[in-house]
Design a protein around this ligand. Structure first.
Ligand code: FE
Length: 294
């Protein structure tokens, strides 16, 4: 862990929109909040979905996600608290626990399961779906577990702790880098009264999701369990020259910041398959039914 000065941000992006997630369930009945839904896939390209889960009632998570397929994108699971076992048809297996990240590139297809390895206590975290460019949708599956200690972390002079899951922030490179979508994924812990800044490329779509406390971006408050979509430079007069984001915490806050370069390609989703055309979805269904996934 290193203490460093933040790169100054001349002009911060603002908040374009506040989004409240939708309570739903997935897998074998896991209760979760879908924060980034299908309706936001174009606006937040290259991100396809964000689910937030958090419960200390085992009935809400115990059944987990039994065997199911994916094709055409990447899943990033960040476990704040809890233990979950992953197994997939490409032969990967791993235990995801407190503070760890699992990054899975489904590519041409995997069938996997995500099953809790705890019978009580808190399970809390996020699953983010990152799209793959058309030319990589049928790539070989890839998978890696990053235990908490393998996630690069830094602390600012104001005491803000930043975990860099992907991309790079204030000169600190994260656990994962991706060339085409250039994802940035930060978990930020801000003491009450502190301010935090990080640069964001003008081309990137970006959002924050606050999971403890509350923050303010510009003069717009973002409360707990809310997503704040950040304005894009050029889209709004007040963010025309924005080179990053600056936020402050009115009370102690924790949030994730996610940004990425849009693919600007057609998005056709059918459940766990995300391709560029309907014909490719039909092919995915046919390949899955015929046992051609991994
Ligand atoms: Fe899955």
């Amino acid at each position: 862990m290193n203490i460093l000065n933040q790169v100054s941000v001349r002009q911060s992006r603002g908040i374009d929109r506040i989004v409240q997630g939708i309570a739903t369930s997935d897998g074998a009945g896991v209760k979760l909040t879908r924060v980034l839904t299908g309706k936001l896939q174009q606006r937040l390209d290259p991100f396809l979905m964000l689910d937030a889960f958090g419960s200390d009632d085992p009935d809400d998570y115990i059944a987990g996600f039994p065997d199911h397929p994916h094709r055409g994108f990447e899943t990033v699971t960040y476990m704040l608290s809890g233990r979950m076992r992953h197994r997939d048809s490409a032969g990967h297996e791993g235990l995801l626990e407190n503070g760890g990240v699992q990054w899975m590139t489904a590519g041409r297809g995997v069938i996997h399961s995500e099953i809790p390895e705890q019978v009580d206590g808190l399970m809390e975290g996020f699953q983010l779906w990152l799209n793959l460019p058309a030319k990589n949708k049928m790539m070989e599956p890839w998978y890696r577990d990053f235990p908490s200690g393998a996630i690069p972390e830094y602390v600012t002079p104001q005491g803000v702790t930043v975990r860099v899951i992907a991309g790079s922030s204030n000169g600190v490179a994260g656990a994962v880098a991706r060339e085409i979508t250039e994802p940035l994924y930060l978990d930020i812990h801000v003491p009450a009264g502190a301010e935090f800044s990080t640069a964001l490329p003008a081309s990137h779509n970006a959002f924050i999701y606050v999971y403890r406390g509350a923050v303010t971006v510009g003069d717009v408050p973002v409360a707990s369990q809310r997503m704040g979509i950040l304005s894009n430079p050029g889209n709004l007069g007040n963010a025309a020259g924005a080179d990053g984001v600056t936020l402050s915490a009115t009370e102690e806050a924790r949030l994730i910041l996610v940004a990425g370069k849009p693919l600007n390609e057609p998005i056709v989703q059918y459940g766990p398959f995300v391709m560029n055309a309907q014909q490719e979805i039909n092919q995915a269904l046919s390949d899955f039914r015929n046992g051609h996934f991994a």
